[in-house]
Design a protein around this ligand. Sequence first.
Ligand code: T5A
Length: 214
Amino acid sequence: MTTETGYFITLEGIEGAGKSTVLPYLAEQIHALGYQVERSREPGGGPLGEALRSIFLDPDLQLDVEEELLLLYAGRRNHLRQRILPTLAAGKVLLCDRFEDSTIAYQGGGRGFPLSRIVELSRWAEISRQPDLTFWLDLAPELAAERIRERRPDRLERESIDFFRRAQAAFAARAAEEPQRFYRVDASLPLPQVEMQLRQGLRDRIPAINGKDG
Ligand code: T5A
């Protein structure tokens, strides 16, 4: 590796936007730029987060938003300390399916929890590192719901279409506030065109190393 610190790259968007589908492609493209890549996800990623993920998504549990936030931030702190920061310090790319923008979209936008209190909790949990690049897979909630119609819904997927409209609006607001970090991808297009946009975003935002150009 020629870089001293790696890159933290996240994928965001509402359910069904295509994050899990494109993650392996994106990892390949990052590798082609000359980086070692580790994939991760939230909820999950670290040992504690993975254990909490099944609780968080359990459709048989009734959690209020405060309980959701406490689970998310316990897992996120552990993920950051034990996985994200060591990976970046080793000069690698950490590619993560969702991170804190999802909390702002779902618990903030979707559930209406005050943003200032999420920020306070994030500071308290010492979430000191934000992504360098965030691909926002932008897809209308109606189209996204259509794509995941067949599967058994987890706890969040049981929410109303209005919940996902509010989450979508929160992602759009984040992307507008931080254009230098966010890269919007039109996720309504066929997969090859979605992949083309991701490849372009990487080329625009992440320098190739070791003489490779992706
Ligand atoms: N959550 C998470 C919070 O509330 N707060 C937080 O802070 C965090 C971190 C995570 C849940 O937790 C919530 C958000 C979520 O509700 P999850 O299982 O990880 O749960 O859920 P998602 O990340 O949303 O995963 P999904 O599988 O639901 O969505 P994806 O990964 O975006 O979509 P994907 O890739 O599975 O694709 C869905 C379908 O669409 C097809 C795929 O083949 C698949 O069938 N598809 C396309 N079809 C046509 N054209 C394309 N371009 C397509 N791309 C994919």
